[in-house]
Design a protein around this ligand. Sequence first.
Ligand SMILES: [Zn+2]
Ligand SMILES: [Zn+2]
Ligand SMILES: [Zn+2]
Length: 78
Amino acid sequence: MCHRVFEHNQFRGCGHKQRIRTGRTDCYRLDCIFSALHPQNCVNPACAQSMAPDEETVTYVTFAKCPACREAEAAGSS
Ligand SMILES: [Zn+2]
Ligand SMILES: [Zn+2]
Ligand SMILES: [Zn+2]
């Protein structure tokens, strides 16, 4: 089944993740209403009506802190 994919940068310095991209994978099944190949006029109730669980992937790992934490740190030290 189709599902959404969230790509993240992971900041080991603070443990936070920053979402950089939201994508979607297509299963290309004829019996999944989210698929590009699913016929638009299809009313078959047996077709998959819900997406598979979201998938989270980490694209990039850094040992720095995330921008929000760096900003908070800079604001706190002044
Ligand atoms: Zn699908
Ligand atoms: Zn269908
Ligand atoms: Zn952070």
